[in-house]
Design a protein around this ligand. Structure first.
Ligand code: IMP
Length: 181
């Protein structure tokens, strides 16, 4: 059923689950025998991260950073701040930063989180995103694991919000344009 306020289901629960299983397998293979630290970018990544880690079969640790969000707008302000930073010591860790969606790229780029991880002597730093809106990229950010590439539409569900709402939807849906007015 189409959730109220949305226009179209883009990815069903089953499609998302199948792809996360594949990503988990890929990461398990790539990091076998290494110290793996997953860093979830809050708030949007919390559901994806929870499902992803349960599909990774090797030992790992988890931390979170909170970056400022879009507020109630559907476009990036280009003014991104780290609201809560890492607790983990990243030195010698193989780090995968887990994002819900990479859109313009400003969030990852302006937060300087990847640079901070390198200067904290992480053994390696990669990015895993559930969704990639590559057609909207304004800054070149490295994205190593991608769940799905999507077209230029504002999406909600599976952790992603509009004005704080819709995060709990189990599927990913395009927001109804009327909801943004
Ligand atoms: P970027 O800075 O434009 O790359 O956007 C990254 C962040 O913006 C994501 O982590 C999301 O929090 C938010 N975002 C971008 N596009 C969408 C969308 O379609 N729906 C919900 N949030 C989005």
């Amino acid at each position: 059923m189409l959730p109220e306020g949305t226009r179209e289901v883009l990815l069903t629960e089953a499609q998302i689950a199948a792809r996360i299983q594949e990503l988990g397998q890929l990461i398990s293979d790539d990091y076998a025998g290494k110290n793996l630290l997953l860093i979830g970018v809050l708030k949007g990544s919390f559901i994806f991260l929870a499902d992803l880690v349960r599909n990774i079969s090797i030992p790992l640790t988890i931390d979170f950073v909170t970056l400022s969000s879009y507020g109630d707008s559907t476009t990036s302000s280009g003014n991104v701040k780290i609201i809560e930073s890492l607790r983990a010591n990243v030195s010698g860790q193989h780090v995968v930063v887990v994002e819900d969606i990479v859109d313009t790229g400003w969030t990852l780029s302006m937060s300087r989180i990847l640079e901070d991880l390198h200067s904290g002597n992480a053994a390696s730093v990669k990015v895993c995103t559930l969704l990639d809106k590559r057609c909207r990229r304004e800054v070149d950010v490295p994205v190593d694991y991608v769940g799905f590439e999507i077209e230029d539409r504002f999406v909600v569900g599976f952790g992603m919000d509009f004005d704080g709402l819709f995060r709990s939807l189990p599927m990913i849906a395009a927001l109804d344009e009327k909801t943004t007015l």
